[in-house]
Design a protein around this ligand. Structure first.
Ligand code: TMP
Ligand code: ASP
Length: 236
């Protein structure tokens, strides 16, 4: 696949056109941001970890019947994916209280929920990604009722597959953010990435944080946490 002009640059990835209209190449950067881009930094090697881990998890999910945008890993930072139009909703699943949930509802982190929760944020930088419900998403024509149902079903399925997988690595999947896209024919597929940038991972024995919260909260050992997750997934 030939890498052509850059189509888009986000906070953590660049997207390039290819000679095929329905394929793009994503290239993962080491740039890290938090709190709506107000905190900026570099996490050395992050792009490699996120690319390889996300691809591994997308392949695992495909095997379990979840359609994704994944096509082919080109090298340690670049991957061919199906071209999608992103549904402007960040889909967040939580198994354990943490982050904005703990803050919003005034509870401690670490409460294990009886059942996973789901919430949506409206992907809109100017508005700072506000929390949104199904009715508002429908009113704003961000997605159809059928698409929202599909997205919810797929998101909970992703959680079931990934929760078990990470527990096998002695990691608790606390919460995570997914994005979905539409193919040219309207099919909804899982898109974007699944990585320590977009998930909270806690060591199942010590509750040590092994994700981007080490950067967000200035805990130190950021690169080591990403390396540790890479090691648990790939054993190298
Ligand atoms: P939150 O507790 O800050 O709402 O985050 C929930 C999960 O979503 C957490 O695993 C981090 C992830 N996340 C992103 O991937 N991107 C974002 O912009 C935010 C705010 C959270
Ligand atoms: N990446 C997001 C931002 O910069 C926030 C986060 O992951 O905490 O806005």
């Amino acid at each position: 696949m030939e890498k052509r002009e850059q189509l888009y640059e986000g906070k953590a990835k660049k997207v390039f056109a290819t000679e095929q209209a329905d394929r793009v190449i994503v290239s993962y950067k080491d740039d890290a941001t938090a709190f709506d881009g107000t905190k900026k930094g570099t996490i050395v090697g992050k792009g490699v970890v996120n690319n390889r881990m996300s691809n591994y998890l997308m392949r695992l999910l495909e095997k379990q019947g979840v359609p994704t945008h994944y096509v082919e890993e080109l090298n340690e930072r670049e991957t061919v994916v199906k071209k999608v139009s992103i549904v402007p909703l960040e889909v967040i699943i939580r198994n354990i209280s943490a982050g904005s949930f703990a803050k919003r509802y005034g509870v401690e982190e670490g409460i294990v929920f009886d059942a996973p929760t789901i919430e949506f944020s409206y992907k809109n930088d100017d508005l700072h990604d506000p929390l949104i419900n199904d009715y508002h998403a429908l009113a704003l024509h961000l997605a159809t009722a059928k698409e929202i149902e599909t997205i919810k079903t797929m998101a909970f399925k992703v959680n079931e597959v990934l929760k078990d997988y990470f527990l096998s690595l002695n990691v608790k999947l606390v919460d995570f953010k997914l994005e979905f896209g539409r193919l040219a024919d309207g099919t909804i597929v899982l898109a974007d990435e699944i990585s320590p940038d977009t998930c909270r991972f806690w060591d199942a024995t010590t509750n040590e944080k092994l994700d981007k919260d080490r950067f967000r909260r200035d805990l130190g050992g950021v690169e080591d946490a990403y390396k540790e997750m890479m090691h648990r997934v790939f054993g190298a």
